[in-house]
Design a protein around this ligand. Structure first.
Ligand code: MN
Length: 208
């Protein structure tokens, strides 16, 4: 939905809420998609509603460096709320697409990149899991690709995105407690281990 514009609408979950059991439970999916993701969408629409000058910007456009600072943009006191909620929408939209009961393996292009930069998929998986486990507080672990075709695994705080760095997300793990606490409680590492069973790699296929 990165090319969509105000008013933003909650995209349906592309599988049943219980489809990722036992790795991610149905109750967590109900809260995560139907409540948390929806709240970011509703709050983004609310934050943008008074500023018709920003209604023409796409979701990715709202997050692009400097776009909200141009003349005729929403005032500074409104920008933080717009950016935080736009980031929440952007990250969650991709997150739910990167989970599947029938996960896509990385395509040829991504496999080649992972092998050349990490040595093997197993080595990448270990490095990405450690990165996700080390996010302090609420945030994300994101595998992203830059304009030169180089992968980076980065930690994102809160609802930051890789857009300001000029990168495109390829896959990401939500490590906010709301993503795992109902089932895994304080055991974030167990959630990270489990999520690999339903982690899908639908991105980069059109570019091969
Ligand atoms: Mn979340």
């Amino acid at each position: 939905m990165q090319n969509e514009r105000y008013p933003f609408k909650l995209p349906p979950l592309p599988y049943a809420h219980d489809a990722l059991e036992p790795y991610i439970d149905a109750e967590t999916m109900h809260y995560h998609h139907d409540k948390h993701f929806k709240a970011y969408i509703d709050n983004l629409n609310k934050a943008l509603e008074p500023y018709p000058e920003a209604h023409g910007l796409t979701l990715a456009g709202l997050l692009s460096p400097g776009r909200l600072e141009q003349p005729g943009s929403p005032p500074e006191e409104a920008r933080r709320g717009i950016l935080d909620n736009a980031g929440g929408v952007y990250n969650h939209d991709l997150f739910f697409k990167c989970l599947s009961p029938r996960p896509d393996a990385p395509g040829d292009q991504l496999t080649a990149l992972i092998n050349s930069q990490y040595g093997s998929f197993e080595a990448f998986k270990k490095a990405f899991s450690e990165l996700a486990a080390s996010v302090f507080g609420s945030g994300w672990a994101c595998l992203a690709i830059d304009g030169g075709g180089r992968l980076s695994a980065v930690k994102l705080a809160n609802q930051d995105t890789v857009v300001p760095a000029g990168m495109s997300p390829v896959m990401l793990f939500d490590v906010w407690e709301h993503a795992y606490y109902l089932k895994y409680k304080n055991l974030r590492a167990d959630y990270i281990d489990a999520i690999w069973n339903v982690a899908s790699f639908p991105m980069l296929r059109a570019r091969t």
